[in-house]
Design a binder for this molecule. Structure first.
Ligand SMILES: [Zn+2]
Ligand SMILES: [Zn+2]
Length: 351
């Protein structure tokens, strides 16, 4: 079977890999679609994500959907041929964090396509993949597998919204309108936010935010550098901020537009090292500054919302590229003027 393997910076190959036997609690799946994430792009362009560098060949990909091919001897609730959502997180289920219901913080996590540990965890841009049975959520036969592959980024947005607390009637600002920022905008609206303002450095994703993802207003911080400043009046406008861009300047701008007692949720990953924040402002205005990392049970919620058609993810879909042209897909995926999220069609079949 074939896999999209990153051998280092700008060195992407379609490698043949062996299938391995299943443990009793494991399941072999055929991958249908794989969404290209910012982390995949970082591995491809720089050979690293944050502090995690590629030290051995690693299959990319963690935003996947597929079909059950074969089940281990102890698996009773799945059968070959079933369509399924595939959770890229395999937490240990026994550490203190897992037992507290915060498995995203697991001390012994295996997350698909991540160089955070060594040997690296091989990813999901592959024809076949072996997962633990609890990573597989069967869905009805008429589910669109392309939309379903958005369950993972949607779960990240839903987790960020959960970290923000109750949003009913709140004013929300989101810095960064990539796929996660756009999904967070729609998720914040779904959670009851009265007003959602999105920012970015490109017009194209802001148009999607405004027209399709529930943003009430948008600001291009390059074309209109003072655009956010109008929200500084009266000591700050927003109740909640989501920093999704991963830019230190965006983070800093939020300390001026948040009302006293407001909360900043850091979703984006900044460049390695330190980022300055105005701590005295945080102290005197009782801001809360908290992190949001991946997702927990929000993955199941994301699957439910997509399957039931209650959360339309189509505005972020920018098309598919066949597996054989994965390199071209990774080159194109970073063009934010044309692309929100590009998918690799591995096994394909949307119906
Ligand atoms: Zn992702
Ligand atoms: Zn754990």
């Amino acid at each position: 079977m074939l896999a999209v393997v990153c051998h280092g910076k700008k060195d992407l190959r379609l490698d043949a890999r062996e299938d391995r036997p299943l443990a009793p609690d494991e399941v072999r799946v055929g991958i249908a679609f794989g969404g290209i994430c910012g982390s995949d792009l970082h591995y491809y362009h720089r050979g690293a994500v944050g502090d995690f560098a590629i030290r051995e060949p690693m299959t990319l990909g963690h935003e996947i959907s597929g079909i059950v091919l074969e089940t281990g001897s102890a698996v009773t609730h799945l059968r070959a041929g079933q369509k399924a959502a595939l959770d890229p997180a395999r937490p240990c289920l026994s550490c203190r964090h897992c037992r507290e219901g915060r498995a995203n913080l697991c001390a012994n996590m295996f997350f698909l396509g991540s160089a955070g540990r060594f040997p690296h965890v091989q990813g999901g841009f592959a024809e076949h993949l072996v997962l633990r049975q609890d990573q597989i959520i069967p869905v009805p036969d008429d589910t669109d597998l392309l939309k379903l592959s958005v369950a993972e980024p949607l779960s990240v947005a839903l987790h960020a919204v959960n970290r923000a607390g109750a949003l009913l009637g709140k004013r929300v600002v989101i810095t960064g309108s990539g796929p996660i920022g756009l999904l967070t905008a729609r998720a914040a609206r779904w959670a009851g936010a009265a007003e959602v303002v999105c920012t970015d450095v490109e017009d194209a994703p802001l148009a999607v935010a405004r027209d399709k993802m529930g943003a009430s207003h948008t600001v291009n911080v390059v074309a209109d550098p003072e655009g956010l400043a109008r929200y500084e009046a009266d000591g700050g406008f927003f109740d909640v901020a989501f920093e999704v861009s991963g830019a230190a300047s965006a983070l800093q701008s939020l300390f001026k537009v948040l009302r006293r007692g407001g909360r900043i949720v850091q979703v984006g990953m900044l460049p390695p090292g330190m980022a300055p924040v105005p701590v005295n402002v945080l102290q005197s205005r009782e801001f809360e500054f908290i992190g949001a990392f991946r997702a927990n049970d929000e993955f199941r919620l994301a699957v439910d919302l997509i399957v039931r058609g209650e959360f339309d993810v189509t505005p972020i879909l920018s098309g598919t590229v066949p597996l054989e042209r994965a390199g071209e897909a990774l080159e194109r995926a970073g063009d934010r003027k044309q692309v929100v999220k590009l998918h690799i069609a591995i096994g394909g079949d949307r119906s």
